[in-house]
Write a protein that binds this ligand. Structure first.
Ligand SMILES: NC(=O)c1ccc[n+]([C@@H]2O[C@H](COP(=O)([O-])OP(=O)(O)OC[C@H]3O[C@@H](n4cnc5c(N)ncnc54)[C@H](O)[C@@H]3O)[C@@H](O)[C@H]2O)c1
Length: 267
């Protein structure tokens, strides 16, 4: 049975970290949300987190690197909800299994990160675009990274995927011109999430300066050393900007990439 008619958002990687905060923000603001994630346990957990005021959350186990799984996600979204207005491409990985122990990017790190962060994002967007174009006020928000702006010597495979996401967003925006649909990129800085816990491990495993630090200590040191605002950014900070990009007030923005990084990178 279909749920109550509200605007509907699909959030890839919506079960943990930044994606979880986006899911909760959009649901609290009254959207129905489809969480599309590999992580079944967390996905089912988050789908229980709504109350009577918020939109529904439905979990669809999804692998954005698998075309069949993407098609299933589209069918699932329509069998649960009446409409489809918003796509948030957030799913991402920082490398292949074991990347946090390596000081140099391996071929499998390039492969895994490009498959999920770039091809997965493009394939989900391509599959959903015709449906989004059926509505007048659809929105696509892609999650890239400040690493995609300036590069990151320790994670070149990852940084390059995020540069590709920023550029894909601009290219698609130009292709979609004259359609009533906006597409923007959000570039987070340093946020404490399950992914950053792994990044912290990588630094402590591979960099002399961080030998003996735990992941959180590495993170705190980097925040202190590089964020002019003097505090880490949170998944909620990112979710707030994503929400803005889904709102009618953001109708004048498209093709943009905006940092949520406390002044880390200025561009
Ligand atoms: N944490 C940071 O500091 C930071 C900074 C810049 C950008 N980002 C980006 O923000 C996004 C979210 O990162 P996070 O820090 O919350 O990481 P996270 O690891 O907590 O969350 C990523 C989510 O994506 C899901 N996922 C991974 N591969 C998938 C696949 N093939 N199909 C479907 N789902 C998949 C995971 O299960 C997980 O729930 C990523 O794109 C990441 O690159 C994070």
């Amino acid at each position: 049975m279909k749920r109550e008619k509200r605007r509907t958002a699909v959030v890839t990687g919506g079960a943990t970290g930044i994606g979880e905060a986006i899911t909760m923000k959009l649901s609290n603001e009254g959207f129905n949300v489809v969480v599309a994630d590999l992580n079944k346990e967390k996905g089912l957990e988050i789908s229980q987190k709504t109350d009577s005021q918020s939109g529904d959350i439905a979990f669809c186990e999804t692998d954005v690197t698998n075309q069949k799984s993407i098609k299933n996600l589209l069918d699932f979204s329509f069998s649960n909800f009446d409409n489809l207005n918003i796509l948030i491409n957030n799913a991402g990985v920082a490398g292949a299994k074991g990347w946090e122990h390596e000081s140099v990017s391996r071929e499998e790190d390039w492969e895994a990160s490009w498959k999920v962060n770039v091809l997965g994002l493009i394939n989900v967007t391509t599959e959903f675009l015709p449906e989004l174009q059926n509505n007048n006020d659809s929105r696509i928000v892609n999650i890239a990274s400040v690493s995609g702006r300036q590069g990151r010597p320790s994670l070149p495979h990852y940084s390059s995927t995020k540069a590709a996401v920023i550029n894909f967003t601009k290219s698609l925006d130009k292709r979609l011109k004259n359609n009533d649909i906006t597409i923007n990129t959000v570039c987070p800085g340093l946020l404490w999430t399950p992914m950053w816990e792994q990044v912290g491990l990588k630094y402590s495993n591979t960099q002399e300066k961080y030998k003996g630090f735990n992941a959180r200590e590495v993170f705190d040191d980097m925040v202190q050393g590089s964020i002019p605002l003097g505090r880490e950014q949170t998944p909620q900070d990112v979710a707030n900007l994503v929400y803005f990009f889904t709102s009618p007030e953001s109708a004048g923005f498209s093709g943009q990439a905006v940092n949520v990084d406390g002044g880390f990178f200025l561009n």
